[in-house]
Ligand binder design. Structure first.
Ligand code: URA
Length: 457
């Protein structure tokens, strides 16, 4: 039996190096025992006595789909994950298309494991809540979370990008992570009691949740499947849910009687004081979305420009004028669309009297996504037209290359579709008139295709 020692439970680099050596020596998966450093089940003194079992061996050629699958599967809690990945690698050497065969029991198993890990990552991003404590160095945010799988290392980039400028610690039973604003440190696991129970932000958060909780949109089943009870105990807003649910019919009735049922206006009102990211400081005002609450087509731009910032309405400057012309040519009535932006404050650099547009960072887009998600939920459009990469990133939740994904439907859950095209300000920047005209024609054609999709939905 060959024993391999990995540095931690999701040590993909260690696994790769070791498996290369094992395969170079034709050692079959059934003859390998995978150990993890620090595992209390390991015999005492055993840890230091073995290397990873890697020998200098040529890298394995594997399809990209396998590399992506392995990144998730390695985080799964099942101890057999290493052996299963090893088996798949052996079989891939003789059958490059193995992963296309969904009826193969090994492929099916690995896909199911990757899916479970993906779900766990999603839940962590959605339900992890930081609580604020103050220490000698200032504010410090602490979160407690109980993932099903070994996903903390895999997920850490998301939290670093999102909260780059804060100091925070994420505690989980197996592993903790500490970010000091510059570097990440992984530390041993913790218990729930190691984190603070409550902080000043919580009442604020809870009152905010009460404010945005819309009884007209209460879908208890969907809410429970999205937010399984297991996570409720760590969410400040969850304590409110059963009260809010019980009070929903009466609140709905009261809202209808008071003529307050449409809540986009309330949302826009809340967004007026938004300070979720630093962009609110230099900007004149929040530029919220506008349009009918039952629009079938929603247009998402990047962020307000100079004129939008001053007027407080989206797409009223030069890019907006060009957009209006193209929409009219494509037969789309702007007054029947909901028009908004990924980021609700103007980001700029002041140069003398001029304010020069700056692209929003991924963290700023992420911070503002809170508002966009609410707008999507309230308007519930059949089609979301994404104008450029920032809009696409905000709605799809991942980096997007416009050239690669432009001009075709992108499913957004079961009943919604996104459609990506260029941002109109791109057209304004093209210097050659000939190219600009051709690109404008493509843009109008994209809008026509979006219109057809919205009408067919
Ligand atoms: N660019 C955008 O993305 N949105 C606006 O509202 C104006 C310009």
């Amino acid at each position: 039996m060959q024993r391999v020692l990995l540095a931690h439970p999701a040590d993909l680099d260690g696994f790769r190096a070791a498996v290369r050596g094992l395969m170079a020596r034709n050692i079959p998966p059934a003859e390998v025992l995978w150990d993890i450093a620090g595992d209390p089940a390991l015999p005492l003194g055993d840890e230091g006595s073995r290397s990873e079992g890697a020998v200098a061996a040529p890298p394995l050629r594997v399809p990209r789909a396998f590399a992506e699958l392995a990144q998730r599967v390695i985080c799964h809690r099942a101890p057999e994950r290493f052996a299963l990945l090893h088996q798949a690698l052996v079989r891939l050497q003789g059958d490059r298309h193995l992963l296309d065969n969904r009826t193969d029991p090994l492929v099916d198993r690995l896909q199911a494991m990757a899916k479970a890990v993906g779900r766990d990552i999603h839940k962590m991003r959605a339900f992890l809540r930081f609580r604020e404590i103050a220490d000698a160095e200032g504010p410090h945010f602490i979160a407690w979370f109980e993932p099903d799988h070994h996903i903390l290392r895999h997920s850490i980039g998301f939290f670093i990008r999102r909260f780059a400028s804060q100091r925070w610690t994420i505690l989980t039973p197996d592993l903790s992570a500490h970010w000091d604003g510059k570097a990440i440190d992984f530390l041993p696991g913790a218990t729930r009691g190691d984190g603070p129970a409550e902080d000043a932000l919580e009442p604020l958060w809870a009152s905010y949740f009460t404010h945005i909780f819309n009884p007209a949109r209460l879908k208890l089943k969907a809410m429970q499947s999205e937010m399984p009870k297991k996570y409720w105990k760590n969410l400040p807003e969850a304590a409110l849910i059963s009260d809010l649910v019980a009070a929903a019919p009466a609140r709905l009735q009261a809202m209808v009687e008071a003529g307050r049922a449409p809540t986009l206006a309330r949302l826009a009102e809340s967004a007026r004081d938004c300070s979720l990211c630093p962009l609110h400081g230099p900007a004149t005002q929040t530029v919220f979305g506008e349009g009918p609450a039952d629009a079938r087509l929603m247009l998402v731009g990047e962020q307000p420009g100079d004129m939008e910032d001053l007027e407080g309405r989206p797409f009223v400057g030069p890019a907006g004028k060009l957009l209006d012309r193209a929409l009219a040519e494509a037969g789309i009535d702007r007054t029947r669309c909901y028009v908004t932006n990924a980021v609700k404050h103007f980001k700029f650099e002041a140069r003398g009297k001029r304010r020069i547009h700056q692209s929003p960072s991924p963290a700023e887009i992420e911070a503002c996504r809170w508002w966009l998600d609410q707008e999507l939920d309230l308007v519930a459009p059949a089609l979301v037209l994404l104008l450029g990469a920032s809009a696409a990133r905000a709605v799809l939740g991942r980096p997007v290359t416009v050239g690669r994904e432009r001009g075709r439907p992108i499913p957004l859950g079961a009943r919604r579709t996104a459609f990506l095209t260029v941002h109109p300000s791109y057209l304004l920047r093209i210097e050659s008139q000939e190219v600009a005209e051709a690109e404008y024609g493509r843009f109008v054609a994209d809008l026509q295709a979006a219109r057809a999709l919205a009408e067919a939905a």
